[in-house]
Write a protein that binds this ligand. Structure first.
Ligand code: GMT
Length: 376
């Protein structure tokens, strides 16, 4: 049985948008009809699929409104598309505003279109602490027909924070293994001026405060004092200015490469020996999985969903939040012991192909949709 599925997500660069888009593409490959409903074209939707449609939400600016009513425009668009296309399922990524808009749209269409909500983190770990929003998030979750979250840690945190009366099922994130795999990038390394002797550490994020990019730079100072190394900083965001200043102050300008926002991350991971994610909040850490798929072991903080992605001592190392020395010491252990590095790189790849395989995750989402459709 083929389904008609509406997907609502933030389309810009960011893990939740990436997961929503990649899921839509895999579902389309299996013959389902996919309707993306969002404010702009999801950036990973980079080729034509005959059964993927994109419906843009436009918000008109009327002088009577102090703020453009995006959420109402979205709800209205969801209802319009659901009714016209007779969607079976609305799969929304993020409780607010998307789940709440879907609930409103469901009331507007007048039939039992099923709502699946996937929690990605920020709505719970940041907005869930805001008393003016927490009841709204709880409402969006409880009114959904089925709720998933990207890690067990996020499920636990949602229950603790919002006291929701709803089963939440963990479905891990995935990457498209056809895109994320090790590539031969010797030429690229040379072009960046990285020598054979130098080890490469990579950090990829949106440079929000929670990503602790300053910790990344401090830890790199320790590593570089012991071995020749380069740090690739990929991404951009609010912390960029402070991080640039810190790199200059610590005399690291020669060895830290600011690469800005990049699209073909698999090539940059393929140049790297270790991936760092030292965040203070992280419900999953999709960038870890991307690196692991390219055979790069990871060092991450022991918080949120990171311990579900990095198996300590096997696919990488876990460190205490803010413990720069521990990060440096464990990274050096990996980078100066070739056997250990090879073992961890192999185990990282194995985890991607076993625990997080895209087809395995796709099956779990399809099971979710069919469980709701069969109830009708
Ligand atoms: O990490 C961000 O700031 C972006 C955010 C998003 O909305 O894309 O990422 C969240 O969702 C990703 C996909 O599920 C997860 O891999 C990230 O861990 C999660 N970020 C946080 O929890 C901070």
């Amino acid at each position: 049985m083929k389904l008609k599925i509406g997907i609502v997500c933030y389309p810009t660069v960011g893990g939740s948008g990436v997961v929503a888009t990649e899921l839509g593409k895999l579902l389309a490959e299996k013959g389902h009809e996919i309707h993306f409903i969002s404010s702009s074209m999801p950036f990973r939707l980079n080729k034509v699929y005959c059964n993927i449609y994109y419906h843009e939400v436009t918000v008109n600016q009327y002088s009577v409104f102090q703020y453009p009513p995006y959420d109402l425009a979205l709800a209205s668009k969801i209802a319009e598309v659901a009714k016209r296309e007779k969607l079976d399922v609305l799969h929304v990524h993020y409780a607010i505003p998307h789940a709440v808009c879907a609930v409103l749209a469901k009331q507007m269409v007048g039939y039992d279109v099923k709502i699946v909500t996937t929690l990605h983190g920020t709505d719970i770990t940041v907005l869930g602490y805001d008393p003016s929003l927490s009841d709204m998030i709880k409402f969006g979750i409880e009114q959904s027909d089925l709720v998933t979250a990207v890690s067990n840690a996020l499920v636990k945190q949602t229950y603790e924070l919002l006291d929701v009366q709803k089963d939440i099922h963990t479905i891990y994130n995935f990457v498209d293994e056809r895109v994320y795999h090790k590539k031969d990038v010797k030429h690229l390394k040379q072009q960046y001026g990285i020598t054979e002797q130098e080890k490469v550490i990579i950090h990829v994020s949106n440079f929000r405060k929670v990503k602790r990019v300053q910790d990344v730079v401090h830890a790199f100072l320790h590593v570089r004092s012991q071995i020749p190394a380069k740090l690739l900083l990929v991404g951009d965001g609010p912390e960029m200015t402070v991080v640039c200043r810190l790199v200059r102050q610590l005399g690291l300008t020669e060895d830290v490469l600011f690469l800005g926002k990049q699209e073909n991350l698999e090539e940059l991971y393929s140049m790297s020996d270790v991936k760092w994610l030292l965040s203070e909040k992280e419900s999953f850490g999709l960038v870890l999985l991307e690196a692991m798929a390219c055979g790069v072991p990871c060092v991450g903080t022991n918080i949120g969903g990171i311990p579900e992605v990095i198996e300590d001592g096997k696919t990488g190392f876990l460190c205490e939040l803010g413990n720069i020395e521990e990060v440096a010491e464990k990274t050096l252990q990996m980078l100066t012991n070739e056997d250990l590095h090879t073992y961890m790189a192999e185990q990282a790849l194995k985890a991607v192909y076993e625990k997080f395989h895209s087809q395995h995750i796709l099956q779990q989402y399809e099971d979710v949709y069919f469980s709701l459709i069969k109830e009708v």
